[in-house]
Design a protein around this ligand. Structure first.
Ligand SMILES: [Zn+2]
Length: 233
């Protein structure tokens, strides 16, 4: 039984090779990269729109305040023109100074907010450009990847039909376990080496009862790395 599963694994290795070639292909990498970017775009744009809304409100308030302060300044200059006593003049000069400071602060605030709005708009434009690029990158590479898949379709089909034939001669439960493992690892099967897991990177010393099971001809899962182990007869 184990020899049949080993032969199955060998043919399965050809399938695995094709799968790896597809997974590592440049076009797939570029396709995935573009897709990931596009998935984050909406969130980024929503954040920018929210920020733009906040800044617009701040800007409008500052402009309204600027107008109000300008009117107050006008009133003061009329009052100073019609002034007669010195105490009143000193009071008004103090008030004018305070008002000038307020006007200066509002002017600065407006410049600051305008710059922030400009930066948001630049970010927005940049994202739109990158989005357009990512869309092109995605569709071009998707097409390329489809062609690549199509080019190996025949090979995969013949491997699959060979595996199906071979699988019929293998214990169903064992084959199911192999195929489940195969989704996460390859190779799946390893021969035990002197009581140790045969997978070099694991190399765990196997417990006595496991060795007993293996010696009775069973295929046993390594408790450490999960590979399927057997004893070479
Ligand atoms: Zn192991």
């Amino acid at each position: 039984m184990i020899n049949k599963l080993l032969a199955y694994q060998e043919i399965d290795g050809k399938k695995r090779e094709i799968e790896v070639t597809l997974a590592k292909s440049d076009c797939r990498r570029k396709m995935v990269e573009a897709k990931k970017y596009l998935e984050t775009v909406e969130e980024k744009l929503a954040k920018l729109e929210q920020r733009a809304g906040e800044l617009t409100a701040v800007f409008e308030n500052a402009v309204a305040l600027q107008k109000k302060l300008a009117l107050e300044a006008q009133d003061f200059s009329h009052a100073i023109d019609s002034l007669e006593d010195e105490t009143g003049a000193n009071f008004l000069v103090k008030k004018v100074d305070e008002l000038s400071a307020k006007i200066k602060a509002v002017d600065d605030e407006i410049v600051k907010v305008e710059n922030e709005i400009k930066a948001v708009l630049q970010d927005y434009a940049k994202i739109r450009t990158l989005t357009a690029k990512a869309k092109t990158q995605f569709s071009e590479n998707k097409e390329e990847y489809a062609k690549l898949k199509e080019s190996v379709k025949g090979d995969l089909e013949s491997i699959d039909s060979e595996l199906e034939k071979m699988g019929k001669e293998i214990d169903a439960e064992l084959l199911e376990l192999y195929n489940k493992k195969r989704k996460e690892m390859y190779p799946v099967l390893y021969a035990v080496r002197d009581g140790y897991c045969g997978y070099e990177r694991c190399n765990m010393e196997l417990p006595m009862n496991t060795i007993g099971e293996l010696n009775s001809g069973k295929v046993v899962e390594c408790g450490n790395c999960g590979k399927l182990l057997f004893v070479k007869k």
